[in-house]
Design a protein around this ligand. Structure first.
Ligand SMILES: NC(=O)c1ccc[n+]([C@@H]2O[C@H](COP(=O)([O-])OP(=O)(O)OC[C@H]3O[C@@H](n4cnc5c(N)ncnc54)[C@H](OP(=O)(O)O)[C@@H]3O)[C@@H](O)[C@H]2O)c1
Length: 429
């Protein structure tokens, strides 16, 4: 590769702005490490006159990022706009077709169009790097692609959304309800002020799971429907009961191969307080991979924010500058398989069930009889009475059973007039 490298940064929001500052600050350090001299020759954002917390050179500013390709000779382009389609996709597509390396933190783009874009990158012999799209401060993509390159990964799971982990940890710590902690997270900048839905409903974590699955199992990105539940319905009551049973509730992203079939999911999990993952609190992310011959391997760090995200973007930059031209998903596209998906009805697991009922004789028996009919055996049962309201919470931890049986059972039990609310089901890890 030539010595002078021309760079474009498209998107100057939280990430682009911080990245620009980082590149300028570390230019000479990068030159020592790679022998390459960096020149930022194009910047783009929607609004030229917006006040930004870092001074930008307006002479190299493009309101329309697609115009950059006509006017400048670029070697590496950072896309930091966001969203899976529209201008972000167009810019990345055009850059790759013009034989320009692309670095992006955009998980929405990669989880939706990663297969298509990686094909273009491969055809044009340029890099498409996306370390920052999954758990910014954790070099999980590079670890899977390089550090664990010859391992057979069978499973990974982890905390992939710092917003949710912060909310759940804070609910436990402060004894505050979900909506109050969400407000606090928004004030602290951990949750989006406008619409935090994609973080809270599991979508963000699932996009990351899909990217990591493709890298871990050498498959094309799966678009098949899979289990996705967020934390919006987790109540303080469940956190409190879980705590007393030596569990914590965590939103986990889990992916594994079962008999050659891919089983991806995101949902709240009861994890034992004595485990590693049970002690990853606050905005922290962690990913645990299981593979052969490595065994279990754990990476933990901050998942988002301009600092950790820029760290990942810079690591991608150095990888390109060092001439590490490689397949975006670790192997050639024509070797990546269309994977078959595990039938979720065959999922066997232990469950936490909570029923809110009238405190009357015979109600407990209705629940346990129905569970028994479906061959779901009870490992632990706790009854918490509310004498004032003449109600009770019945909490059951089941032995391993088919979840579809438990779901059917819950439907039947819910119809009983003594059951006051939709029962809660949380899976155990
Ligand atoms: N924020 C994080 O902690 C974080 C963490 C990991 C990954 N990411 C990913 O990083 C990406 C950027 O996130 P962000 O938080 O920096 O977003 P952001 O603060 O909303 O910034 C988006 C930037 O894109 C620019 N933009 C919008 N439309 C444009 C267009 N048509 N042409 C050119 N520029 C346009 C905006 O311009 P104006 O400034 O003029 O409005 C803004 O500078 C996303 O893919 C996100 O998922 C973010």
């Amino acid at each position: 590769m030539i010595k002078n490298i021309n760079i474009a940064i498209v998107g100057l929001g939280q990430i682009g702005n911080y990245l620009l500052k980082e590149i300028n600050k570390k230019k000479s350090d990068i030159e020592i490490k790679t022998g390459k001299k960096l020149n930022i020759i194009a910047l783009s954002a929607k609004n030229k006159n917006k006040k930004r917390n870092y001074k930008i050179n307006k002479k190299i500013f493009f309101k329309d990022p697609l115009k950059i390709f006509e006017k400048k000779k670029i070697h590496i382009l950072f896309e930091a706009i966001g969203k899976s389609d529209g201008i972000s996709k167009k810019v990345v597509e055009k850059a790759l077709k013009n034989k320009i390396h692309v670095i992006t933190p955009n998980k929405a783009l990669i989880s939706k169009h990663g297969d298509y874009l990686s094909k273009i990158a491969e055809k044009n012999k340029v890099n498409l790097e996306f370390e920052a799209s999954v758990a910014g401060g954790i070099p999980i993509i590079r670890t899977i692609k390089e550090g664990l390159a010859t391992n057979k990964i069978t499973k990974f799971y982890g905390i992939l959304n710092g917003t949710c982990n912060y909310i759940l940890s804070e609910m436990e710590k402060s004894n505050k309800q979900f909506k109050d902690v969400l407000k606090q997270a928004q004030l602290l900048g951990y949750a989006e002020p406008g619409n935090p839905k994609l973080d809270l409903n599991g979508y963000d974590a699932l996009a990351k799971v899909r990217i990591l699955s493709a890298l871990s199992f050498n498959n094309k990105i799966s678009y098949k429907a899979c289990l996705m539940e967020g934390i919006e319905n987790i109540s303080l009551k469940d956190i409190d009961i879980a705590n007393k049973l030596n569990f914590r509730i965590k939103l986990l992203g889990i992916s594994e191969m079962i008999n050659g079939k891919l089983f991806e999911r995101v949902h709240p999990c009861l994890v034992n307080k004595d485990t590693y993952i049970g002690n990853v609190n606050g905005v922290m992310n962690a990913v645990i991979t299981e593979g052969e011959p490595i065994g279990e391997s754990i990476l933990q760090g901050e998942g988002a924010g301009p600092g950790p995200t820029s760290s990942a973007l810079m690591s991608d930059l150095l990888s390109i500058l060092r001439g590490n031209i490689k397949y975006p998903f670790g192997i050639p596209n024509n070797k990546r398989v269309d994977i078959r998906v595990f039938n979720y009805d065959n999922y066997i697991n232990s469950l936490y069930l909570r029923f809110e009922v009238k405190d009357k004789p015979g109600v407990l028996a209705i629940i346990t009889d129905n569970l028994a009919k479906k061959k779901i055996s009870v490992e632990r049962l706790i009854q918490i009475p509310n004498y004032k309201n003449k109600t009770a919470s019945i909490v059951i931890i089941t032995h391993k059973s088919y979840e579809k049986d438990a779901q059917n059972c819950i439907k039947i039990i819910s119809k009983n007039k003594n059951v006051l609310k939709k029962p809660t089901l949380i899976r155990l890890l």
